[in-house]
Design a protein around this ligand. Structure first.
Ligand code: EPZ
Length: 419
């Protein structure tokens, strides 16, 4: 098991680039099953979740090549519509292949998806929405057997919650469905808008992706083709490096990051005392030596404060003045980083979906364990601000979403060693 050994107490400062977005490239890779043809993805991030998606694509008969940030997927021949258990368990977003395979082949067999333990990760909204499009989905012994005996037919799908994955699954299933599909209460995350743009570049007819109402006009599958596409910058990775600089009282310029993708996070960092601004095609932050803790941070669907940044911003604010409240309204079990931060000297009390943070003067390095992807990144952020050495285990979680996190942090003057 690898660990990251982080020597804290160093003020981070410098300029970095930003990786392609994990949560955008994963649904786009699923979409390749549907669009067929040859697709080239620029700025594809080298992440274990991306390799897991390549594994699924290959098991379905696609050919995948990946080097130097460029992924080439040839999905002209889909030989299978079944995804094995091991592949499904490697990540949560494997469920998005359901909509793509139903749209491409009218059938698929897969098991329940895996993913970080952020609480129960139900897929009831996915299944209910796809059934409204005409899919017949049986759940037997942990496996999902899906068919569309009469094909998929467009309809109005009202999502009870703007679920990112369910929105993506319906979009993929609707691309070749007969007639018009309207998704009401759709997720509005930037990654949804990107999926819509990618599908349209491949010949689909998607309008309103990124808004709460998406209209998809079905097209025949032979109208679809591959394309060349550049993956959007990873907004949560950008938020992570902003927080690492802020936690250490430093400054950072992130080339290629989009302020508009993380307004809610930037707003909190400004309230904490940081100066954050657009810096021609990127984001610049400079932080005070000690930040003020922020009154209330409540996670909600985009454009609200992103749940994926909750642990990361909390880690940046544990060494601060005053008190703050974090309310995790999206996932049931997304405070697993709190105990680890407390081991480093943080003063945090949790009660259900609420965490109360009292700022402390200093954090001390300790041996801590990443509980999940963003919780692991949060521990790295806190370690940059702590005095002494921190040992972060469970690096495999961090590698799911960050391309060589140690390289990027070291480029800002941190001292991180992977062992
Ligand atoms: C996506 O997960 C992201 N993952 C998550 O990022 C992100 O935290 C989440 O959206 C919210 O923004 C990818 O894009 C690969 P949801 P997803 O469906 O689609 C409940 C990261 O760190 N729900 O919007 O799984 C669900 O349990 C990851 O990069 C149902 O109840 O999120 C959760 O409480 C973590 N039934 C809430 O909705 C369903 O059928 C939001 O889930 C589906 C979801």
């Amino acid at each position: 098991m690898q660990i990251l050994r982080i020597e804290g107490g160093r003020r981070l400062s410098g300029e970095i680039g930003i990786q392609g977005a994990k949560n955008s490239v994963l649904p786009i890779l699923s979409a390749c099953v549907l669009t067929g043809g040859e697709t080239r993805l620029n700025r594809c991030p080298a992440l274990s979740d991306v390799y897991a998606a390549f594994g699924i694509l290959s098991s379905l008969g696609c050919k995948c090549r990946f080097s130097g940030g460029i992924a080439e997927i040839d999905s002209r021949s889909i030989g299978s519509t079944e995804i094995g258990d091991a592949l499904m368990r490697r990540m949560r977003s494997s469920i998005i292949f359901m909509g793509a395979l139903l749209g491409a082949a009218g059938e698929c067999v897969m098991s329940f998806p895996g993913g970080c333990e952020l609480g129960p990760r139900p897929i009831d909204m996915h299944i209910s929405a796809l059934r409204q499009l005409g899919a017949v989905i049986d759940e037997k012994h942990g496996r999902l057997i899906c068919q569309a005996p009469k094909g998929l037919k467009g309809t109005v799908v009202n999502l009870p919650f703007p679920s990112v994955g369910a929105t993506e699954n319906v979009m993929l299933a609707a691309v070749c469905a007969e007639g018009e599909t309207v998704i009401v209460n759709a997720a509005r995350e930037p990654e949804i808008a990107e999926l819509g743009s990618f599908l349209n570049k491949c010949g689909a007819n998607v309008r309103g992706a990124g808004c709460h109402r998406i209209v998809i006009e079905g097209v025949s599958r032979d109208k679809l083709h591959g394309c060349e596409y550049t993956v959007m910058p990873d907004r949560i990775a950008a938020a992570t490096y902003l927080c690492a600089a802020a936690a250490s009282g430093g400054e950072v310029n992130i080339n290629g990051a989009r302020v508009s993708d993380i307004e809610a996070v930037i707003n909190v960092l400004r309230q904490a005392g940081c100066r954050v601004c657009d810096s021609d095609g990127g984001v610049y932050l400079s932080a005070p030596a000690v930040m003020n803790c922020v009154n209330t941070v409540r996670t909600c669907p985009y454009p609200g404060f992103p749940t994926d940044a909750q642990a990361i911003v909390m880690a940046a604010l544990v060494r601060s003045r005053g008190m703050g409240i974090f309310v995790e309204d999206i996932f049931e079990n997304r405070f697993r980083h709190v105990d680890e931060l407390v081991r480093m000297g943080a003063d945090i009390k949790t009660e259900g979906k609420v965490a109360v943070v009292r700022g402390v003067d200093k954090l001390t390095g300790a041996a801590v364990s990443a509980p999940d992807l963003r919780g692991g990144a949060a521990l790295c952020v806190a370690a940059c601000a702590a005095e002494g050495e921190t040992e972060v285990s469970g690096v495999c979680y961090i590698d799911r979403g960050y391309e060589a996190i140690e390289t990027t942090l070291n480029a800002l003057g941190a001292k991180v060693r992977r062992e």
